[in-house]
Design a protein around this ligand. Structure first.
Ligand SMILES: C[S@@+](CC[C@H](N)C(=O)[O-])C[C@H]1O[C@@H](n2cnc3c(N)ncnc32)[C@H](O)[C@@H]1O
Length: 283
């Protein structure tokens, strides 16, 4: 099965304060885009938003939906940094929904809802989605050969929410290569089972096959090294808060996130994982 709401709560509802200790100040939980390598995590996260803003061909007057909007960091960028007047988001995590409400962002409307059940209040002019698609196919479904069909159901469904010619700024974490050492395999398995149950990082070729024939793939930009730097910075900040995390959330939470983030850093360094940004246009 795909990640259901209980799985999503395991991944995102530990505590909003916990994530705020080691993510960037706006709580993006996805790869930043380092362009020179000298940026802070905060600057690189805004650069990611700028790339996806351009890929979605956004303007302040366009109505946009962010599918899998996390704690609202990209929505915040849209309305506060770019003056977008009407930005909507959906997330499956109640804690994330609560955090977005507390931010009281002007022009932002969000729902805690599965995208499969979402009924848009109106047509959108543009779509964005940042690393949500890795929740849609489980390892068992991928082994069963269902991945492309499930991703295509997603691309076809969201396409109904925009007119032909509309743009979609899309980002996904990728699986590239299977490590050879048993310990590395066990660490990746742990990350999938314990931190992100029900999910699986997609293969880039599966995403491109699934986007066709509804979406034209106009640009593809991979950023493996950026995700390596992003996760290394998350890991550094987690370790800097070790004592507080152990005291407030317990030794097991600290041990699990220490193992998970350490594995991520190795996954990007060794090409087991990568990240892709795509500019799509509805045919
Ligand atoms: C890795 S987080 C990324 C959050 C945000 N886009 C960011 O950049 O920080 C994945 C997001 O996808 C959402 N999500 C996963 N499956 C979903 C589904 N079926 N429908 C709606 N949202 C979903 C989760 O609730 C979470 O907000």
């Amino acid at each position: 099965m795909t990640s259901n709401q209980r799985d999503i709560q395991v991944s995102y509802d530990v505590s909003n304060e916990f994530f705020s200790l080691w993510l960037d100040e706006n709580m993006h939980y996805t790869s930043a885009s380092y362009l020179t390598g000298d940026e802070t995590l905060e600057q690189a996260q805004l650069q990611k938003c700028a790339i996806l803003y351009d890929y979605a061909e956004m303007t302040p007057d366009k109505k946009v939906l962010d599918i899998g909007c996390g704690w609202g960091a990209n929505l915040q960028y849209l309305v506060l940094d770019r003056g977008v007047k009407d930005a909507h988001g959906i997330t499956l995590s109640p804690e994330q929904g609560r955090e977005i409400d507390e931010r009281k962002l002007p022009g932002v409307t969000t729902w805690v809802c599965d995208y499969r059940d979402f009924e848009p209040p109106a047509q959108y002019d543009a779509l964005q989605s940042i690393e949500m698609i890795d929740h849609l196919v489980s390892p068992a479904q991928a082994r069963d050969g269902q991945a492309v069909d499930i991703y295509r159901q997603y691309f076809d469904k969201v396409a109904k929410w925009v007119p032909s010619g509309a743009y979609f700024g899309f980002q996904a974490i990728l699986r590239v290569k299977v490590p050879r050492r048993r310990k590395d395999l066990a660490d990746l398995q742990f990350t999938a089972d314990v931190i992100f149950p029900g999910g699986l990082n997609p293969r880039i070729e599966d995403l491109i096959m699934a986007a066709h024939p509804t979406w034209e793939v106009l640009e593809v930009r991979t950023q493996r090294e950026s995700y390596g730097k992003t996760t290394a910075e998350w890991y550094r900040r987690l370790q800097a808060h070790e004592a507080e995390i152990r005291e407030r959330w317990g030794d097991q939470v600290y041990a699990d996130y220490d193992r998970y983030l350490g594995t991520c850093v190795r996954a990007f360094a060794n090409h087991w994982s990568s990240d892709v940004q795509m500019k799509l246009r509805k045919i």
